[in-house]
Design a protein. Sequence first.
Length: 233
Amino acid sequence: MLILEKGDLQVAGKERESQLSSQFRDIATIVMQKTINPEIHHPYTISMIERLMHEIHFAVDPNQSSKKQALEVIRELQNHFPIKRSPMRLRLVVPEKSFSTLMEKLSDWNANITSKDESGNEPSIVCELEPGRFRDCDAMMRSLQGRLEILAVSVHTEGDAHVSQYDTEEFISSSSKELDAVREVARSSKKFLQGIVADKNRPSRSDATPVMLHWEMLGNIENTSNLTGTSTT
């Protein structure tokens, strides 16, 4: 009976750990989708977001939604790292008499205007605006008897580039501090993988191949220093 009880506790503990790990990943994914590196205007990779979350000692609260915790994580990360909310892309349509008022307000909000159409009785603007200004913008459009259309909830870069493209390209163009952090992870992981290979006297092809491929990938990350003019020790 005692063994069964301990076994049940062990399984329950592993299930809880798995759930927390899964929710941690979900939160990191939401953070990645809603943020950019303001220095290069690209999203961080999921692995980098997870590393930053560990840096601020974030702990998952299973009683709160992933979205709510992701927003809290973003606010905390902004206090320590170069990261900000991705802008929203909006189309704003107002009566001609209200166009100058709209332009003035968008200027006050530091909105990025990507296109304007001043023809006709209802000129329109396509702009990128910080999400924190959305409610104010919505209220203004109502007062001006205009229309607001959300074109994109989160804008990372021009075009529909997939985030996976930046797994290496982002590191090449980002700051040297970020590259140092990535290389540190690569070195630690390589030492770990060396231990795995050493423990296997005759690894099968199916076992060895993933290890070697992962090892090679980590080496490629470290070698990005050659493209940025930095050196590793």
